[in-house]
Design a binder for this molecule. Sequence first.
Ligand SMILES: [Zn+2]
Length: 534
Amino acid sequence: MKLSFFGAAREVTGSCHGVEVNGKRILVDCGLQQGADNGLGQGFAFHPGEVDRVVVTHAHIDHSGRLPLLVKQGFNGPIYATEPTCSLLELMLRDSAHIQELEAVWRNRKQRRAGDDSAQPLYTLADAERVFPMLVPCKYDEMIDIGGGASIRFVDAGHLLGSSYVEMWLDEDSHKKKVVFSGDIGAPGHPMIRDPASIKEADFVVMESTYGDRSRPPSFDLQTELAKIIDATLSEGGNVVCPAFAVGRTQELLYHIREIKERGMVKKCPDFPVYLDSPLASAATKIFSGDLLEYLDDEAAALVRSGVSILSFDGLRFIESSDDSKKLNDDRTPKVIISSSGMCDAGRVRHHLKHNLWRPECAVVFTGFQAFGTLGRTIVEGIASTVNLFGDEIAIKCHIHNFRIMSSHADREGLLEWIGAFERKPQTVFVVHGEHETCKAFTARLLGEGFNAIAPKFSSIHDLLTGELVYEGRDLSRLRDQPDYARRDSAVFQRLMLAGTRLLEVISRNRGGANKELAKFADQIDSLSSKWDR
Ligand SMILES: [Zn+2]
């Protein structure tokens, strides 16, 4: 019975954890690496064909975005997730495939001048569509036997529609252990979704730490602040650009803007136009306001029942085609533009930044976490006076606002409260899904609170029955500190590095094997090394 960490280990994206029980392999989350976390590429440090089942905590792409790659490389088992997560995954994975295909076209266009047009998308729309028949929609709070001695239960994490913690019960030769995977832990008070639930017991906990070193400001009236920015910017003739995660944050913004309009909080131009320029966000908005009523919080559900369209209002327009998206930049009417991606590393929002960042009368409002290495982080931290967008240097002259308060991640106090709700301290708390320094700080805090906490390394293996560390893994954050990290290895070399990581893992798994077999394995590796050591 083992637990491994194949992503978001001392990093904040690419969540992917492995459980091995009775020889069966279960993956919890299969996220895409984003920003600087993508140092080893998007490959797997295991063979996807050897995975038997996958459990997904929620639809965000850093928890789900490599599912099409997993399937493309040989996974062929069930994928368990809540009903809303399954609905949202169909949108998000299609969109992600579209981005992968566009990026490959763009890279080929760029590389063709150097005589190389061999870039392939990480996966295609066809790969993404192979995922959907494998999805097994589940309800919250139901015990589900997923076979091989493992049962799971999804509990509302209050982070996104359908988001969950996964409780997992494992039984191997009558040895029983319970592992809880936190996914992303929500923050209370967000519109539409319920406040995060708590869990009372587990032997092991795998816990996120995104905001493990930060607290929210105690009082912040989001609607008043947002209304003030819209009022001031639009009356000066500028636009308000909101880069927002297409699923979750966008709908929350629409909910707030509807209330801002209803309450007449923007005095100078109360009928201001709002453009939702993200086909993905538009489709997700339909899901939020559609037939998933039972997953909304009481307040939103009551509004829907009383006939209120919680995510629509006068002046809201949905932009579908990219031509219409470009036309927005020719129209000088002051407006609010909500567009994705939330971290500005892809998508239409980059065009809007190109046309608005240099205009002092405009404003950009960030509403979610910005990972290290993304364009969003560069702008939010004010570390550059210009940024390169589509080959042009663009000066940053507009007003930049960071509404981190809107993040649907628990802050440090929220995380401590969540882990504090366990009636008995878990045997080990594995701290994941946080930037290296944050993860380290939160782990130290937990140790100070009397928990046995560790920040596992990438591809490390932990024996859940003996409590031993079977394989130490690699510290990818150290890799990032190396001076040549920014150079980025080629995709094939990244694959080779991952193959090496897998080899070390396989060696660890053979500990205790027959001497004759081990000697044969060692001979084969020696011979392979001699062949390539040149
Ligand atoms: Zn999330």
